[in-house]
Design a protein around this ligand. Structure first.
Ligand code: UDX
Length: 450
């Protein structure tokens, strides 16, 4: 099929590349000329495993094209995907200005019947707004091409996005038109080799709602577990054991019940807020989902509080080694990352920071921590330790999982670890003489060998 993907952000780029990989002819369009010039050369603006070679391969195969010319790309297009950003507006709702602008531009340039797909995460009712915006422009042009707006929300996880797209758990298509549904079915059929059961079709509004509810449900699991972790710590229980105890119940399951420093990223914080807002706009107070957000805000500072409990309110003269800045492993994304909040809190109290992350340091340096003083960046995890008073682990990158603890001991001023992701074995660390603080379990005294 001939496809246009508008917006070469995370979702647009991954979707465009994966559709091209399945043999479609895809043009990815963006207004950012520099970005498009780079993409034509195979230079990708984000870090996502597997994406760069896939883009290069499809440019070479002439299945993937990049352009700033929406008009030209729509000439032979059958399905146009809107994958532009929906930033959080000041009131917490999703800002649709880019989506509606694109809708108007499509109306301006389309020359044949078209299916328009909302791929961006958009609130319930957006498909109607996109339809109205397009209709208005077509009427002004005095033309009457048929079109249908379909909702096809994205469930990609950063760091595993290619896999999620190529082998999806499910694809949700919300459409109020049978022909458009069929077209979407045939577009996605190659992604489901054995059975099409996991291509779930429904009405547009339910599909729009599904995306928000999926993310809110996952965020709820995390906040629930973080709350449980805080209670465990107070009553002398170990949340790591409780997690295994409850996860073994298949109705609960093991996934997404890892306590930590709170969820971050581009989706959960934004979508949880937007769902609360949508409910409020319809006169409903989403109490549980509101609490999910509050618990997460509080959880982001739990590690900083542990540092204060250990070292006192005034941290001046102290240095902390931070391992991990990204909101999760396998990405350079720092949007809403707990590391931002924790580092700011420590610096506010006078501390010096020595940070390392395998991928996110440029983001930190040039954007998220640009205005935060007293943060130095290092090329390796061990270099951050020299002269530091404790190590603080904030992202569970694989390279942090089993470090050389003797090296940690040798480099740190004192053997103290604050673990915001519960990665280590506290018994072993205690035996080695470490003070070890984790989430959801009281810190036990260091064992002193006789
Ligand atoms: C999420 C959804 O998983 C994806 O389906 C949706 O399309 C976009 O949002 P993503 O934001 O890439 O994807 O990250 P994810 O792997 O889901 O993790 C989100 C956050 O939750 C991270 O900060 C992670 O550290 C945290 N998390 C996850 C926990 O704290 N505990 C867990 O058990 C799982």
């Amino acid at each position: 099929m001939n496809l246009t993907v508008i917006g070469t952000g995370y979702v647009g780029l991954v979707s465009g590349a994966c559709f091209a990989e399945m043999g479609n002819r895809v043009t990815c369009v963006d207004v950012d000329t520099k970005k498009i010039e780079n993409l034509k050369k195979g230079i990708i603006p984000i870090y996502e495993p597997g994406l760069e070679p896939m883009v290069a391969r499809n440019i070479e195969n002439k299945t993937l094209f990049f352009s700033t010319d929406l008009k030209e790309s729509l000439r032979k297009c059958e399905v146009a995907f809107i994958a532009v950003g929906t930033p959080m507006g000041e009131d917490g709702s999703a800002d649709l200005k880019y989506v509606l602008q694109v809708a108007r531009e499509i109306g301006e340039h389309m020359v044949a019947p078209l299916i328009v797909v909302d791929k961006s995460t958009v609130p319930v009712g957006t498909a109607d707004k996109v339809t109205a915006a397009m209709r208005e422009v077509l009427d002004a042009r005095g033309v009457d091409f048929s079109f249908h707006v379909v909702s096809n929300p994205e469930f990609l996880k950063e760091g595993d996005a290619i896999n999620d797209f190529m082998k999806p758990d499910r694809v949700v298509v919300g459409s109020d038109d049978a022909e458009a549904t069929e077209k979407m079915r045939s577009l996605y059929a190659p992604f489901f080799r054995s059975s099409m059961d996991r291509l779930i079709t429904m009405d547009v509004r339910s599909a729009e709602m599904t995306k928000y509810v999926a993310n809110a449900m996952l965020a709820t699991k995390i906040s629930f577990m973080n709350e449980v972790a805080n209670i465990c710590e107070l009553v002398g229980a170990d949340v790591n054991k409780v997690r295994i105890g409850i996860g073994s119940d298949s109705r609960i399951g093991y996934s997404f019940i890892y306590p930590g420093s709170g969820y971050g990223g581009s989706c959960f914080p934004k979508d949880v807020k937007a769902l609360i807002k949508t409910a409020a706009q319809h006169g409903y107070t989403a109490e549980l989902i509101g609490a999910v957000e509050d618990v997460n805000d509080r959880q982001k500072l739990v590690v900083a509080q542990k540092v204060v409990d250990r070292f006192g309110e005034d941290l001046s003269g102290l240095t902390f080694a931070i391992w991990g800045l990204a909101f999760k492993p396998q990405t350079d994304d720092m949007r809403e990352a707990p590391s931002i909040y924790i580092i700011k809190e420590l610096v506010k109290r006078g501390a010096q920071i020595q940070a390392y992350d395998p991928k996110a340091m440029d983001e930190a340096r040039h954007f998220y921590l640009k205005d935060v003083p007293k943060v130095a960046y290092f090329d390796s995890k061990y270099e951050t330790l020299k002269g530091a008073d404790a190590m603080i682990l904030l992202t569970e990158w694989k390279e942090f999982r089993s470090p050389d603890f003797e090296e940690l001991k040798a480099q740190l001023n004192a053997p103290i670890i604050f673990d915001g992701r519960n990665q280590y074995n506290d018994g072993k660390l205690r035996q080695m003489g470490f003070e070890y603080y984790q989430i959801g379990k009281q810190s036990l005294p260091v064992e002193v060998s006789a």
